[in-house]
Design a binder for this molecule. Structure first.
Ligand code: 13P
Length: 243
């Protein structure tokens, strides 16, 4: 069976105390470890998770594009490589709020590979681009991929997440067909850049208890990146157990 990833992005939620309760409830309720489960809590809780997260993997929600040093408030890959296997980079919330561009994101990817971590590299179009039709979406996705990935990228350590911005936190997920259409394009473009190597491509954007299997049943979708629906550990464990 091919690996299927279920990744929780807890975003800017949960205090340290709440994180402990969350992880305990998750562990009590998960019965199905057939898929790769990755939890990306707030950085304040990473250390606690690292010691307690048995059976699941740990990811950080973002990293700095530099190695170390003068980066007040930032965390570098080299600081967390001992406890985190994964890191989300290029999330649209970082691109929008912190004006991160494809070049910075490319530097973050390099930094992660240098530290033997696996990026969960997020890309996706906004509503304006979607309204223009598939050609515009194709152009946007192609640029995001080609500006950040190169032939000598570390392809064996890479997950790409297609997260259409209009579907994030809105309750309006893409349809499984819409997601598959773009994800097929991502698979093809990645193979073109890499010279034939394919990588797992995930979908994210308003995935929930009701719709997650529809995405999982799509052949080209290799995992899910979940925000709102992972905040309640009971709901999230149901998604994991039913997957
Ligand atoms: P939602 O599941 O809340 O739409 O968030 C998705 C997301 O941004 C995961 O990174």
């Amino acid at each position: 069976m091919k690996d299927f990833y279920i990744i929780a992005n807890l975003k800017m939620n949960k205090s340290i105390v709440e994180s402990k309760i969350y992880l305990n409830l998750l562990k009590e309720n998960i019965q199905n470890f057939n898929n790769k489960i990755v939890i990306c809590p707030s950085s304040i809780s990473l250390f606690y998770f690292a010691n307690e997260i048995q059976g699941m993997k740990l990811g950080i929600q973002d990293i700095d594009h530099r190695e170390q040093g003068q980066g007040t408030g930032s965390i570098s890959a080299s600081q967390v490589k001992d406890i985190c296997e994964f890191a989300i980079v290029g999330h649209s919330e970082r691109r929008q709020t912190f004006f991160e561009n494809n070049k910075t994101i490319s530097e973050k990817l390099q930094m992660l590979w240098k530290n033997n971590m696996t990026p969960i590299f997020c890309i996706g179009e906004n509503q304006e681009v979607r309204n223009k039709g598939f050609k515009a979406i194709e152009k946007h996705i192609n640029k995001q991929l080609r500006d950040s990935l190169f032939e000598d990228s570390k392809w064996e350590n890479l997950l790409v997440a297609y997260e259409p911005i209009w579907a994030i936190g809105t309750g309006l997920s893409a349809s499984p067909e819409q997601a598959s259409e773009v994800i097929s394009l991502i698979h093809e473009t990645v193979k073109e850049i890499s010279g034939g190597i394919d990588v797992p491509i995930l979908y994210g954007g308003s995935v929930n208890e009701e719709n997650h299997l529809d995405f999982q049943n799509e052949e080209k979708i290799n995992g899910l990146l979940i925000g709102s629906a992972c905040l309640d550990p009971i709901t999230f464990s149901k998604i994991i157990n039913n997957s």
